[in-house]
Design a protein around this ligand. Structure first.
Ligand code: MRU
Length: 341
């Protein structure tokens, strides 16, 4: 396989490595990964995270195993096991589906490698396209609110919603970003704040429950978020807390955009009710952990509900920014997403 290098994932000198997103921003630790069990653990613990990146990291591992001479059965099992790690982000299923297709070939090892290279490079191009399209929606001086982390850390390219913000800033628009900290795992506070600081884009970190009063005060002009799965009718799953923002945006008449590549579309899924939502460990809610150690503040055995994602209904979205174009309510209601490829 050729060298493939992204911000938090690389294949270099014959080794797959990932940047540990759980330790950022205080420690930059790369993990080398050689087995399915290692990659599954990295994904499950969110050291590797973000819809496109999860799919690509799993893909590079399968391609690495193919290069190491794994047979068809072993590769098929690796694909199955990696696909089962996280249920909501459909990019993982998209990538594993492509690899299953490559496994059908007689020269399956070289086809798996070629598919992995294609998926990685394609993601870079998809990010670039949707970021440029989304940046056109941004006006000089906009205050943009975003949730979770959707930047270069979460993709092979420049990112999805955060890619839009990056391109708007690069185009010279004088913007400011409100960063939702994104409880429980703080992808906003840990990662988005870090990426914006690296890119020199002005931002202010807020707790998730502060967004409403900012909107009421007229301090939010637009909201851009990413997606983990977009259903055929435009409903989409994204990091829990996204739906709250969409309801608030509707109430305050603030444009709410979702930004995602075609690899996040699941047109077989009719609507948001059919999207599987991952539930995670209660310890993520009863406390916090990271490079600084860990702390549990809730009472022992507190009962917890911890869905990693929520579903935003299409009716609350002003525009779907895909790499193929920006689709409005009317287009999506007419079935536009069914014809995107
Ligand atoms: O649980 P995570 O951190 O993998 O969730 C990530 C998100 O919800 C992102 O908003 C999503 O993947 C879109 S973009 C990269």
């Amino acid at each position: 396989m050729k060298e493939l290098i992204a911000r938090s994932l690389k294949y270099q000198q014959g080794v797959v490595s990932v940047l540990d997103q759980y330790l950022l921003p205080h420690q930059e630790v790369w993990h080398e990964c050689r087995t399915v069990a290692e990659m599954a653990e990295l994904i499950l613990t969110l050291k590797v995270r973000g819809a496109p990146l999860i799919g690509l990291a799993a893909t590079l591992l399968v391609a690495y195993l193919a290069e190491q001479g794994a047979d068809k059965a072993a590769l098929a099992q690796a694909i199955d096991e990696l696909e089962a790690t996280r249920p909501t982000a459909v990019n993982l299923m998209h990538c594993m589906g492509k690899l299953r297709g490559a496994l059908q070939a007689t020269d399956f090892a070289s086809q798996v490698v070629a598919t992995a290279e294609m998926l990685f490079e394609e993601d870079i191009a998809l990010c670039e396209r949707m970021a440029n399209l989304g940046a056109e929606l941004v006006k000089q001086g906009d205050n943009i609110l975003t949730h979770c982390n959707t930047g270069a850390l979460a993709t092979a390219g420049i990112g999805t919603a955060l890619g839009v913000i990056h391109q708007a800033h690069a185009a010279g628009k004088d913007i400011h970003v409100w960063v939702d900290e994104t409880r429980p795992l703080l992808q906003g506070g840990r990662l988005t704040a870090y990426e914006l600081a690296c890119w020199d884009i002005p931002y202010t970190l807020i707790c998730d429950n502060m967004a409403a009063s900012l909107m009421a005060a007229g301090k939010v002009d637009k909201i851009f978020v990413g997606a983990d799965r977009i259903a055929a009718n435009g409903d989409f799953a994204n990091k829990v807390g996204t739906y709250n923002l969409a309801v608030l945006a509707k109430h305050h008449n603030i444009p709410f955009y979702v930004v995602a590549p075609v690899t996040t579309l699941d047109v077989v899924c009719p609507n948001g009710k059919a999207i599987p939502i991952e539930e995670r460990n209660p310890l993520e809610v009863t406390g916090v952990s990271g490079s600084f150690g860990s702390c549990q503040w809730a009472p022992q055995n507190a009962k917890v509900f911890n869905p990693a994602f929520d579903v935003t209904p299409a009716e609350l979205v002003m525009g779907w920014v895909l790499d193929t174009g920006v689709y409005d309510q009317h287009a999506v209601a007419q079935g536009a997403l069914l014809h995107v490829s």
